[in-house]
Write a new protein. Structure first.
Length: 343
């Protein structure tokens, strides 16, 4: 009931009896006293209605603007993070009733795995997202976040979408390189940068198209007992439980890469020439198909992009993203041969 309606009802119920009482009283002092009491009652009714109206206001979502972070940040100790995750997992109460659907957790893998291997590692727990990256030796490649409720089918489908986007991105770089006029030092460097970007994008497209061993982490949800079981499986590096997480859209997960063993740090790209950053790239000449799906967290030089994503040359930045790290020399991955510029 609105406050105005309540006041009208109070007037209809209180004022007629008060009027009749005033009419029956001939004594001036009595009329004055009744009117005083009427004023007091009216003021109290107005005050009570105002308090009721304030208390009846719907309470909004108090978590708006809050972001929960799970994982590592630049400069963190990786061994320290692994010990902390193991301690948190052991401290989860196994007998207490778990939230509906279980507890969210970040599962970090010891190596990059193909989609088919994920069924063995994560098959009996609920999966919401996997993290992937093509570990090209000495190159900083994009970190992608693929929604995957069905493993491995959704992962394979997500990789196909990434491959298509990377093919468009490679063609975009080649077109930009061909559009650079002149033969001065600046023009040659710019062409080399675009050519390098095309080479990396083409190699990523080939890897994802063939279902590469590129997945290194996943966000899952299960009971504490099931999460402890996942932590004991081969290929699992750590299970970091996050009982404080209730909404994935307000949570940022930053798992360590398999090659990060001591401290999380973004090393330099050792490729032939670094690709230009997003701020240095001109307006895109070739646009990827538009999509209505949101874009995930991203940052240079190894951005995180939720699949599907819009135009590759303009990823949408967010507050935080996993640090980019080049692949260590001992990483077992055969670099795919990029397609020729004429492809």
């Amino acid at each position: 009931m609105r406050a105005g309606n309540l006041l009208r009802q109070l007037d209809q119920r209180l004022l007629p009896p008060l009027t009749r009482a005033v009419a029956r009283l001939g004594d001036r002092s009595a009329r004055s006293g009744v009117l005083s009491w009427a004023a007091v009652l009216s003021a109290a009714a107005v005050l009570g209605t105002a308090v009721w109206a304030v208390d009846d206001t719907p309470v909004g979502d108090r978590t708006v603007g809050e972001v929960t972070r799970v994982g590592v940040a630049d400069g963190d100790s990786v061994p320290g993070y692994l010990r902390s995750a193991a301690a948190d997992l052991a401290a989860l109460p196994g007998s207490a009733p778990a939230p509906e659907g279980g507890t969210y957790a970040l599962v970090t893998l010891d190596a990059y795995l193909p989609p088919q291997r994920l069924a063995t590692v994560l098959g009996d727990v609920g999966v919401s997202t996997v993290f992937g990256r093509v570990p090209l030796p000495g190159r900083q490649t994009e970190i992608v976040k693929i929604p995957a409720l069905r493993v491995p089918d959704d992962v394979v489908a997500g990789m196909e979408q990434v491959a298509a986007r990377k093919e468009t991105e490679a063609a975009d770089y080649r077109a930009r390189a061909a559009a650079v006029d002149g033969d001065g030092p600046g023009e040659r460097e710019l062409r080399e940068q675009y050519a390098s970007g095309a080479e990396v994008a083409a190699a990523e497209a080939t890897a994802y198209r063939t279902g590469c061993a590129c997945v290194y982490a996943a966000v899952v949800r299960a009971t504490p007992v099931a999460l402890r079981g996942v932590a004991t499986r081969p290929d699992v590096r750590a299970v970091d439980p996050a009982p404080e997480v209730y909404r994935l859209d307000r949570t940022v997960f930053t798992p360590p890469l398999p090659e990060q063993r001591d401290v999380v740090r973004p090393p330099a790209d050792t490729g032939p020439s670094p690709a230009p950053t997003q701020s240095e790239r001109p307006a895109p000449m070739i646009s990827a198909p538009a999509s209505s799906a949101p874009v995930g967290e991203s940052s240079e030089p190894a951005p995180v992009v939720t699949i599907p994503s819009p135009e590759p040359s303009k990823p949408e930045p967010t507050e935080s993203a996993p640090p980019s790290v080049t692949t260590s020399p001992d990483t077992t991955f055969v670099e795919p041969s990029p397609p020729s510029p004429s492809s």
